[in-house]
Design a protein around this ligand. Structure first.
Ligand SMILES: Nc1ncnc2c1ncn2[C@@H]1O[C@H](COP(=O)(O)OP(=O)(O)OP(=O)(O)O)[C@@H](O)[C@H]1O
Ligand SMILES: [Mg+2]
Length: 395
């Protein structure tokens, strides 16, 4: 049992697999790295860094096939609509990052909604917002979740707000996998700020997000579920009564990595345990109070943005040691033994196969492909609502 969850697993319904009418044809949708293709001239040097290796797709397919389903892989490019018409999948396992535009992670969910094809994970609006770190932070700030002071630069010559004191941190507003983030993201004066902001706007064709530099430790926390998870999960015993599983906190210690103190594109590309890679500590060596706080904030971050079934929220501590939310990943990496979410699931005692099948089954349940678990009829003399039917969490 993991120390982060110890003592919470009481009064859980027993684990059982929902009985499916039949096995499915599952299409795994992704954008795959293509090393042999030269980059077009107008894209940044790290374009496509968040795309997946074909080996990751193979792992996901193998995991899905352990439960008897048939799988195929479809590249999430402009041919996808035609490929889907040919393949006629029952459901798509979506990990596609999308191609271009201002909300690429929402492109595939939008297409699947248009074609009325079931799919896993968050829907269009959440995936669009979560890719946009500025918009995400505005929503979180509105719901009183702690974020570092920030300002978005669209043109580059906007006056810097007086509450933003150096050092500051500059990153593209709508990228992932540490794209556009290296040691030069930390700026110490007005000249460095202007140079970096101009670089991000020109190179990434999008606004630059400028935040107060957070000097403290870095953590990330995965969340599985939604308010009615226990009706459909193959493992209802994993979840709290509210329908959510807060995974163990993972600390990313980049102090001895290739980019000391910054978990950016280069540090993320190193294999776990290799020279120059960050140290991945899971469960994080932190006191239980901080652990609880981070897990609660990750849960709130997920609910407030309307994330479904899976997400991972990144944090850093500020100069006073208080956690600040950096961003949420509603399409977190799923490479076994490497991606943060897989490391956290492993620390929780959840196998890779079970993690992938859980995301699949929770997604499928939203489209009526999984029958709800039978709920015992409540006794009139006792509580009015069943513990198996939690109310939606207030957001
Ligand atoms: N305000 C900040 N202060 C200090 N470091 C920061 C700040 N913002 C980001 N970083 C560093 O840059 C890294 C990447 O930033 P962030 O998590 O926002 O972007 P990302 O590229 O979308 O990440 P992911 O790979 O999780 O998608 C963080 O992991 C952290 O090390
Ligand atoms: Mg991040």
């Amino acid at each position: 049992m993991n120390p982060n969850t110890q003592g919470k697993e009481t009064e859980k319904p027993p684990s059982s697999t929902p009985r499916l009418a039949r096995k499915w044809r599952v299409a795994v949708l992704a954008n795959i790295k293509e090393h042999d293709k030269p980059l077009p001239p107008d894209v940044p040097p790290d374009a496509g860094a968040d795309f997946d290796y074909i080996e990751t797709i193979d792992h996901i397919r193998a995991a899905i096939e352990t439960d008897g389903h048939k799988t195929l892989f479809i590249q999430a490019d402009a041919n996808l609509p035609y490929a889907l018409k040919d393949a006629k999948p029952d459901i798509c396992f979506n990990i596609a990052e999308g191609l271009g535009g201002d909300a690429r992670e929402a492109q595939i969910p939008a297409l699947l909604e248009l074609l009325k094809i079931p799919y896993t994970g968050s829907r269009v609006l959440t995936n669009a917002i979560s890719l946009d770190k500025t918009l995400t932070k505005r929503i979180w700030r509105d719901r009183r979740l702690p974020v570092a002071p920030f300002q978005e630069f669209t043109f580059g010559d906007e006056p810097l707000r007086p509450e933003l004191h150096f050092p500051l941190f500059v990153k593209p507003a709508r990228e992932g996998t540490g794209m556009g983030v290296d040691a030069r993201a930390v700026v110490n004066n007005e000249a460095e700020l202007r140079e970096r902001v101009e670089y991000v706007i020109r190179m990434y064709h999008q606004p630059a997000l400028v935040e107060v530099f957070l000097p403290g430790r870095e953590f990330t926390v995965g969340v599985l579920g939604r308010y009615d998870t226990v009706l459909y999960s193959r493992h209802p015993e994993w979840y709290n009564k509210d329908g959510f599983l807060r995974l163990p906190v993972l600390e990313l210690d980049s102090s001895r990595s290739v980019t000391p103190g910054v978990y950016g594109i280069e540090a993320k590309a190193q294999s776990v345990g290799a020279e120059g890679a960050p140290d991945y500590l899971c469960p994080a060596p932190i006191d239980p109070e901080l652990c609880k706080k981070l897990q609660h904030l990750a849960y709130r971050a997920h609910v407030v943005l309307g994330a479904l079934d899976v997400s991972r929220t990144d944090f850093r501590l500020d100069a006073e040691g208080n956690p600040r939310l950096l961003e949420i990943n509603t399409l977190p990496g799923l490479t076994p033994g490497y991606s943060d979410l897989c490391i956290q699931a492993n620390a929780q005692g959840i196998s890779y196969e079970d993690l992938i099948l859980e995301i699949l089954y929770l997604g499928a349940s939203r489209f009526g492909l999984v029958p709800p678990r039978e709920i015992p009829t409540p006794q009139p003399s006792k509580k009015k609502t069943s513990p198996l039917l939690p109310k939606p969490a207030a957001s």
